[in-house]
Design a protein around this ligand. Structure first.
Ligand SMILES: Cc1cc2nc3c(=O)[nH]c(=O)nc-3n(C[C@H](O)[C@H](O)[C@H](O)COP(=O)(O)O)c2cc1C
Length: 219
């Protein structure tokens, strides 16, 4: 049962109305195919720039995906320059070097293990839900890793919604990346994601997915 004691302000009512309106919007099959159904992981890139404005817009959208208590632990460094890419090179597994060095952008997606420091702005009505993690560093790291992984998925979908292709990667040395890019911070690396306009002519057939009955149980 909804809590009848909660008093709603104008912003609450506006939020409710926005979501009711959403239900009337049509999600067409083409959009679904572009975002997830037929979109592919790319490894070969057209040499076409991705603007900083596009990256900002993608992140604005990514940030709207849900995280626990709105903790929003993901932190991203976008590598565009050759100089920045060279700093990453030693950390990459051999198979990931060429695709990364040639990508217009490589995102280093990390997570802030002290994400709760922003609780007053990200969960103002109940900041203690986040700040309780101050004294639980292990749990804090687990929560940050879990939610930043989700945000990585949101990043992929948001990038695709901006007509970009993605190449996520975990084949790299996290310790080296953390030392090179996050030294002296509370941020740790989670995954890398190349971004740009993929060369569809260089794709091979897709690997099969597991079927519903292998993956799921309905109880
Ligand atoms: C978290 C994650 C890590 C990955 N790591 C690598 C990697 O290190 N190197 C690589 O070439 N591909 C990597 N991939 C790409 C996957 O192999 C690819 O997304 C998967 O096979 C599905 O391909 P498809 O989207 O074309 O169907 C990674 C993907 C994800 C989501």
């Amino acid at each position: 049962m909804p809590d009848q004691s909660v008093s709603l302000d104008d912003e609450d009512l506006a939020a409710q109305s926005a979501v009711k309106h959403l239900r009337n919007l049509k999600i067409d099959n083409d959009t679904v195919r572009r975002l997830l159904g037929e979109a592919r992981t790319h490894n070969v890139w057209h040499q076409r720039d991705v603007s900083d404005d596009t990256l900002r817009s993608i992140v604005d959208l990514m940030q709207m995906g849900p995280t626990s208590a709105n903790g929003s632990p993901a932190r991203i460094i976008f590598l565009k320059s050759d100089l920045a890419k060279e700093r990453l090179r030693p950390a990459l597994t051999p198979g990931n070097v060429e695709k990364t060095m040639s990508a217009p952008v490589t995102a280093i997606l990390g997570y802030d293990i002290e994400f709760w420091r922003n609780a007053d702005s990200t969960f103002p009505h109940k900041p203690e839900v986040q700040t309780n993690y101050r004294d639980m560093p292990e749990a804090s790291e687990t929560v940050a890793f879990r939610n930043s992984s989700l945000q990585g998925a949101y990043l992929i979908v948001a990038a695709r919604a901006h007509n970009l292709d993605c190449g996520p990667m975990s084949g790299f040395d996290n310790t080296l990346v953390d030392r090179e890019f996050f030294e002296g911070t509370t941020i740790r690396s989670n995954l890398l994601c190349n971004l740009g306009y993929g060369d569809a002519d260089r794709l091979l057939k897709r690997s099969p997915r597991l079927d519903f009955d292998t993956v799921c149980e309905i109880l």
